[in-house]
Write a protein that binds this ligand. Sequence first.
Ligand code: WE7
Length: 155
Amino acid sequence: MANKQRVLMICLGNICRSPIAEAVFDDYINKNNLNDKWQVDSAALIGYHTGKSPDSRAMKTLRDKGISNYSHRARPITKDDFNKYDWIFGMDEDNISELNRLKPSGSKAKVELLGSYDPEGEKIIRDPYYDDNSAGFVKAYEQCVRSVESFLQKH
Ligand code: WE7
């Protein structure tokens, strides 16, 4: 359908937080019949993990929450993404600084913290990569659910 709004979820390597955010967004638009209006993808700031599946803790968290059909391969963000997407969401302030540095001037995407939509005001979705368990992934998931719901109710 014409005039789909496009959202791109971004984190450092595209294997932990941004795949969770993408899967949560996709699940929400599927369940609410918003597929004609929205499209979502995710990407990395660094091509370090290009072609890899999300971290097993991210996939387990999604499965435990009932999202079992998600598959994704990490890819780096491109200059074109800044004109293709309407919103590009970072997970923390480092992501936002890097996105603003990469963004070609005059490109259309709005660069924002996904957590800026969290009704509980928890703006930063912390990087759980070096954690020794999956609690940080579950927390990131819950933050994504709150922010995605609130974002889609506003738009
Ligand atoms: C991460 C990461 C995350 C940090 N996912 N990596 Cl060892 C490395 C080096 C360059 C790029 C990437 Cl992606 C990675 C692996 C994957 N979420 N978070 N590294 C991380 C966190 C805090 C301080 C420094 C780093 C590299």
